[in-house]
Every structure is written in C-alpha cells, then in structure tokens.
Design a protein around this ligand. Sequence first.
Ligand SMILES: Cc1ncc(C[n+]2csc(CCOP(=O)(O)OP(=O)(O)O)c2C)c(N)n1
Ligand SMILES: [Mg+2]
Length: 803
Amino acid sequence: MAVKSQSRASELPTLERKEILDDFRVAVLSRHASLMGRKEVFMGKAKFGIFGDGKELAQIAMAKAFKKGDFRAGYYRDQTFMMALGELTVQQYFAQLYAHTNVEADPASAGRLMNGHFATRTIHEDGTWKELTSLNNSAADISPTAAQMPKLLGLAYASKLFRENKGLKNLTQFSVNGNEVAWGTIGNASTSEGMFFESINAAGVLQVPMVISVWDDGYGISVPQEYHTTKGSISEILMGFQRTESEKGFEILRVKGWDYEALLQAFAYAGNVARNEHVPVLIHVDEMTQPQGHSTSGSHERYKSAERLQWEKDWDCIAKFREYIISNGIANADQLDEIESEAKTEVKRQKEAAWNDFSKEIKEELEQAIQLIRSAAEKSNRKVVLLQIADDLKKTINPIRKDVISTVRKVLLLLRAEPESVKGELKAWYESQSKNNFDRYSSHLYTETVFSSLKMKEVPAQIDEKSPMVDGREVLQAFFDYTLEHDSRFFAFGEDVGKIGDVNQAFAGLQAKHGEWRVTDTGIRECTIIGQGIGAALRGLRPMAEIQYLDYLLYGLQMLSDDLASLHYRTKGGQKAPLIVRTRGHRLEGVWHAGSPMGMILSSLRGMMVCVPRDMTQAAGMYNTLLKSDDPAIVIECLNGYRLKERLPHNMGEYTVALGKPEILQQGQDVTIVTYGSMCRIVMEAAAELAEIGISVEVIDVQTLLPFDTYGIIGKSIQKTNRVIFADEDVPGGATAFMLQQVMDHQDIFRHLDSEPQTLAAKAHRPAYSSDGDYFSKPSADDVVEKVYQMMHESNPKKFPSL
Ligand SMILES: Cc1ncc(C[n+]2csc(CCOP(=O)(O)OP(=O)(O)O)c2C)c(N)n1
Ligand SMILES: [Mg+2]
C-alpha cells in the first residue's frame, strides 16, 4: 500500500475501555437486530429482509470518523453505521421492516421502502432546509447496485464549491468552509457497475472529499469474486488512481473487516485526508462475512462451500472483536456475554414496540370496518352474508390494510342496490380512509409546500416593439448572466459549458465574467453529471446540469428515474434536491442528434417537471420559475432555435412562465392542434396553409408535459372546435398518446367530440440523417395539413373532397 502504516498509526485515537465496550454493545445490538429481523420475515410479519450482519465493525469505525455536517450515501448493509451515529433506533429499524407508514416510526421512508434503505430528514415539514452543518446527514438510499455513487460524487463536490467559491461563504447552514466529507459505501460485487468506475474517475479529476468504502464479503448474492473483479481485488486494480508526490489522485487503503484497530486507523486517516486536503479516498474493507447469507430470499448454504462457511464463522468480525477485547484484558468473556444478553433483550423490546405500534393502527382500522359492516348488516337484506364477511375479516391473522380495505370495497359492491341509510356510514368511512391511504402511499410525488413550482407567481415577459431582436441563444445568455449575478447558489456545468459557454453559446463569456466555479466544464460522463447535480442540490445549492443533447440523456436517465424523480416521494417529503437538467432536442438531423423521446421521459420521470419550451424566451421564463421553487425538472430546449430571432424581454430575470399552463398560439374554429417544442412552428406554418383553404385551426402549445394543462385550456378549446389532433416528433404511442390520455381522463372531452381524436407523430424509427431524412421521418407541415384536411373531409366530404 502506498500509505505507510506508520503514518496511519498516528491517527489512532487513544481508546478508553468504555468506548471499546460501547462499540461492542452497538455491534451486538445491530447483530441481534439482523438475526431477529430474519426471523420476523420467516414468521410472515414482514415481506423481505436484508441485513447488515458481518459488516458491523467497519461501520463503527466509519461512524467515529464521521462528523456533523458530513453526508453518507450508501447501501442496504449500513444499519450499524446509522445506529452507531444515533440516527437509527432498533425500533425504527423494525418499523421499516414492517412497512410502518408513519414518518415518526420510519423517518427514512415512512414505510415506502424495503428495509435497509437509510436516510435522515434534511428539510422541515414546511420545506425549508434544516441546519445541515449541525446534523449527521444521510442521503436517501436506493436499491439499484452502485447507484449511490453518482450522487456521492455530488455530495462531495458541494464541499469543493463551498470551499472554493467565495460567494457561498455566508451559507453556513450548509457548510463550514467545505469541511464536510461525503462517505460512500458499496458492496464488492457492485463495483463492477459502470457508474462506480465513472464516479471514481470523476472524483479523482475533481479532487473532492469523498471516502468510498467497499464492503468486500467475496460475493454478490451467489456469485463469487472471480466473476466480478479483475484480479479479484478492487483496490489492486484501482492502484493506478493512487496519488503520488507529483500527481493528484486517490488515497487507497486496504484493511480487514474484522481488525478493529486497523479499521479505526484507516477511517480516521481517510477522514482527515479527505476533510483537510480534499483528496478522495478508497477504503477496501476485505474479509467481511455474511453470517445469514445475502437476504431472506435464499440461503447461502446453496452456493458456499463448507470451508467457506466455516471460514465465515471463524472470521466473523464480532467473534474477532471479542477475542481482541479479551486478549487485551479490556473485559472478560462473562462481561461480554452480559453486554450481549442485554443487547438481545433490548432488541427484543424495541422490535415488539415497533410491531405493536405498527399493528395497532391496522387493528383499529379493522375493528372500525367490522363495526360498520355489522351495523350495515343489521339494516341490509344481505345480513347473513355481511355478518359472515365481518367474521372472516375478524379472523385474519396479522391483518394488513389491504385485507380491511378490500373487504370494505367488496361489501360496498354487494350493497350497490341498497339505500344510503344502509351503506352511507361505511361509504363515508371508506372515503376518509382513501384520503389517509393516499397520504400514506401516494403523497409527496411533487413539492407540497409554498416552494411548489405550481405556486410561483406568474410575471409576464415585457416585450414591445422596442425590445431588440436577438438570437434565441442571447435571450438565454441574458437570463443566465442575470441569475449568476443574483443567486450565488446557482451554477451550471456540463460538457463544453465552461470555456466556450456550451455548444450553442448560451453561456458564452459567462465563465470569464463569473468564474470557473459558476460555469464549469466537465468530462464526458452524463451519468455522473446528473449525480453531481443531485448531490449538490441535496446540500442546498442550485445546480443546472447540462446534458449536451437529449439523445444522450439515456446515460443519465437511470439516475434521474431511480434517484432524483423518486427522492421526495420515497422520503415522504424528508429530502429535496431541486436540480434542473438542461438539454436540447427535437428537430435537427441525425439518428443520435434529433431525438424527441418524450414518452420515455414521461414514463420514467414522474416526480420531475418536464418542460418543453418552444423558444428561448419561454425557456428562460421556465428556468426562472424553477429556480424560485423546489421541484426537480428537465427542460428540453429546441435544438434548432438558438439562431432564430426573438425579442429580448425588458424584465429579464423577473418574468416567469407558469408551469402546466398551455398557451393558445392561434385562435381557430374547426380543429384544435395540441403540440409543443419545435413542432409549434411547423403546426403554425400548416395552420397558415389551412387558413388559405378555409380551415380554421386553433394551435395550442402545452409548454410543459409534466404538469399537464392544469388549467383545462385544451378541454375548453375542444368544446369550441369539437375536433382535436395531438402532434409531436416522438414515436407513435409516445407523448401524443400521453397528451390524449391526459385530456380524455381529466378534461371530460368525449361528449364534445365530433370526430375521432387523433395523433400525429414521427415514424417509429429514429430520424434518418439529412434534411430529406428529417422530412420523411418526422411530421412535416405537409403531414399536418393532410391530417387536418382528412379530418375535415370525413366530416364534410362535399366541402372538402378527398385529395
Ligand atoms: C442494478 C441492479 N442489479 C441487480 C440488483 C440485484 N442485487 C441486489 S444486491 C445484489 C448483489 C450485490 O452484491 P455486493 O455489491 O457484493 O453487496 P453485498 O450484498 O454482498 O453486500 C444484486 C445482484 C440490483 N439491486 N441492482
Ligand atoms: Mg458482496
């Protein structure tokens, strides 16, 4: 190892006897939580369990090096770390295992996530930030292996910004001079993921205070190390990243998961290097075990040899810790047995408290339902059946909410023909439970506080004949310049964003004016560009992450979908990361440069705002709305719009665009065409042609796809025209299908339609190259004209003979 053990030995704090025994206590407490947790699943009290047994000691060492203001981004094995920090009680641990839906019971996820997903709450109920520097912070975990890595990079990058960007010095709620370390954990097998390597490389380039620990137990479920890692050792293959006297890089340490003193040394040293020098550190913690196998889904006896299983018993970190304590005369076996027996009793007590709390709520609901069904039975002519149903419900063992609600719904169906006097009370109860259950299972997809982007005040752009005509990109440039000047938390970064001010020059000159920490180039690494943004946004900053072309969003889409879009929901409002993703798409030319995969985005990014401005004036207004609010968003600018002329509003930086509010671009009588983005110009062109042949088209730009027309503007238009076409450049069944569904489901249009509602999309394939490729792949003005004409022909063939 490049780091001499001597230099690390000096990091070893003097350990008091009490502290060592406290560590032992936490280790055995956590272990018994794992052992009892597994039993709960097998008894049918929880669905699934995954536990941190075998990884306890290293996590205790990590907790000692962790300081207030630091952040963790890790995975499902980290219960001991959270317990050692005092951020997770055994009762909370079990509440999550049972899926208790109260935030107080399970502050990490309010029962929305499987066990082993850890998080602290970084915002107050009113949406304002807590004082993060005085808290132990854990970003909210997600299940996909290695997906904690990109945001870990961002959490660490924020410290870099807080230290280097002088404009952030007053934000003491979030950072003290960038002294905060981002601590990551990952399993050995998960280091095979691309995003692990991408994050490691980016952290080395950026020199951020990130300590990433690999918990190496030699397996990824059933698959042993040789299938995962070249040479079987992640620290060995990463040695090229090791910093030297002359070159920046990583500090790489290797330590055994059962070696208490070495672990304390390694973590203390890593913490100091990262915190003081802003150097990333990788700690490869080897020789860890899984006493109970991977999870409750199977048993490791199926795939581990007898020798391996025996080795795991002999080298169990708690067994080794015991030996260490006894051989150093810190305590004797009896004393350790006593600590362990106390811990076991304590786990049992807290587990039972969690179960009672969890089941009490449901039992109360069950009792209420039974009472109401019985009382309905007394008045109903289905008395016998209903009493039987109530009795059956009463007999349910370990009832869950579904048992209660499903029974009530079936009863209401049985009572369909009976009067309100019979079923009214039960119905009212069901409705009030539906509200509670919406709150339990479906709230907080979006911001619900005053920081909701839907609650921002709409300030119209001031445009008149005196407004200068400029290139679209200059409108954006004026907005970004204004915002960089007025909001020190705002920064933009991505490929080519810095020096040249992005490939379309909306940031041209702004790095020179506002500095490299505000307008910044990155490597070509979309996945970690997104992660960098998520992590920084989790720490109180206002990042704008740029994806150079919409087609390359796929590299970052997984982070957006699994992490960012679900963040607020999966913490039930406990965390926010108001990241804005800026990108450009739709019309240009080429299979990978002209995509408009809006259906893909809409399906995967619920929880984010999806903005599709038709020009840069609208885009700047949307950015302004988003920067004043908290919902994460993606804004897709029109690739072909940067050189088109627009009028520069007088009130740049002040005007906003309301989200969810379509704009009627042209009034008409015969057909409504609903579209967005670059298609707006094409539809307007077609509308002009159609006017010449006596067809009057109403053109609506939806402006945002999520949220979608919360004002009911499209429905009103259809009431007038009685015909509608949804048009865009996505594949058939993509965003046009989404728009149609939204209007059908929410705007009561069916009875107003005189013609079948229609969609006009691109061909199912990617757009072929060149202008001809575009013409034959995507909807043209000719296609729009013909589609509308055909609709009119069908309704009045005399007036509009077939073409
Ligand atoms: C992207 C992704 N692929 C597969 C899985 C299923 N899965 C969950 S844990 C796991 C093994 C992880 O092994 P390792 O990283 O060594 O962690 P360990 O459980 O051994 O601590 C797999 C394959 C997943 N969660 N995410
Ligand atoms: Mg493993």
